[in-house]
Design a binder for this molecule. Structure first.
Ligand SMILES: Nc1ncnc2c1ncn2[C@@H]1O[C@H](COP(=O)(O)OP(=O)(O)OP(=O)(O)O)[C@@H](O)[C@H]1O
Ligand SMILES: [Mg+2]
Length: 280
């Protein structure tokens, strides 16, 4: 597979977008894991949040991180996002040291961080302002395309306050996907949503990932969410945060929420829950 082919298979870019300079840059190191973390340690004063974390996430892989509250999940994601500096250890994205945030890594947090004074359309377009060579019209088209992808067509001119929590998270997802990151980092993105909306959003995320293939790292408290979405589930131990176990999820894809009713699914979910309780 050529770099161009592998790129178009793995990112949520329409074909006309796939040749942008940013995306060409994103495909430089396809042989490397998308994310590599080695011997990662993070201290906040006396608190050891992470202590020697090793993790590799491959191209197009979907990996979840679970563990007790305070075990360092958000800290790990922030470090990979480049929002925090490590105390020691190695952090790489496609073989390149992570020294700060980058458009190769999109981030979605628990609360949608939309700009309240901008419409949905403007919020997504704003994220595209750094895309070299994209005209205003192309920016507007790309924003509409991704707003449609997350099922928000018709709400382009709405402001965040006029949207439900689930719709705001859809808009935040559209914004993060619009510039074609190779990696999507999500920190409890559906944690604030009601159970039904959460289900819909899980299905949306699975469908986006199945269609476009990109690397996803998802922090969640919801073990079923981790199992139904992921290729592997990383179970972290409580403070200081370490990788306690990595559980493979060999359930066939495409998966739907009906997959959760199978005995195989329940066994995996129970195993992960037992690991978290054993570590607590
Ligand atoms: N900016 C900070 N300053 C000081 N301590 C921090 C900071 N961020 C995190 N910590 C500490 O690091 C540890 C890990 O926090 P982190 O937020 O990563 O946990 P978490 O696994 O995401 O928890 P939760 O499941 O509750 O979101 C905690 O003890 C927390 O108090
Ligand atoms: Mg957290």
């Amino acid at each position: 597979m050529t770099a161009a082919q592998s790129h178009s298979a793995q990112t949520p870019q329409s074909p006309q977008n796939s040749q942008s300079p940013q995306n060409a840059q994103n495909t430089q190191n396809d042989a490397q894991p998308r994310i590599r973390v080695a011997g990662l340690t993070k201290h906040f004063g006396d608190v050891v949040a992470l202590d020697g974390v090793d993790l590799e996430v491959g191209e197009n892989e979907f990996v979840s991180i679970v563990g007790a509250s305070g075990c360092g999940k958000s800290t790990l994601l922030s470090l990979i996002a480049g929002l925090e500096d490590p105390t020691s250890g190695t952090l790489e994205a496609a073989g390149v040291p992570i020294t700060g945030p980058g458009r190769d890594r999109g981030v979605v947090f628990q609360q949608a961080t939309l700009m309240p004074w901008l419409t949905v359309q403007q919020n997504v377009e704003f994220a595209l302002r750094g895309e070299n060579g994209l005209s205003r019209g192309a920016r507007a088209d790309r924003a509409r395309e991704f707003i449609g992808l997350v099922g928000l067509s018709g709400f382009e001119q709405s402001h965040p306050a006029q949207l439900s929590g689930g719709m705001q998270q859809r808009a935040a997802l559209a914004r993060s996907l619009s510039y074609g990151p190779n990696v999507l980092l999500m920190d409890e993105p559906f944690g604030a949503l009601d159970a039904l909306t959460r289900r819909t959003m899980q299905e949306l995320l699975l469908s986006v990932w199945e269609q476009h293939r990109l690397t996803v790292l998802l922090v969640t408290h919801d073990i079923d969410e981790a199992v139904v979405t992921s290729d592997r589930v990383v179970v972290m131990s409580p403070r200081p945060g370490r990788v306690q176990r990595v559980v493979d999820v060999p359930i066939p894809r495409p998966r739907t929420l009906a997959s959760e009713r199978t005995p195989e699914f329940r066994d995996l979910s129970d195993e992960i829950l037992a690991l978290i309780h054993a570590g607590a």
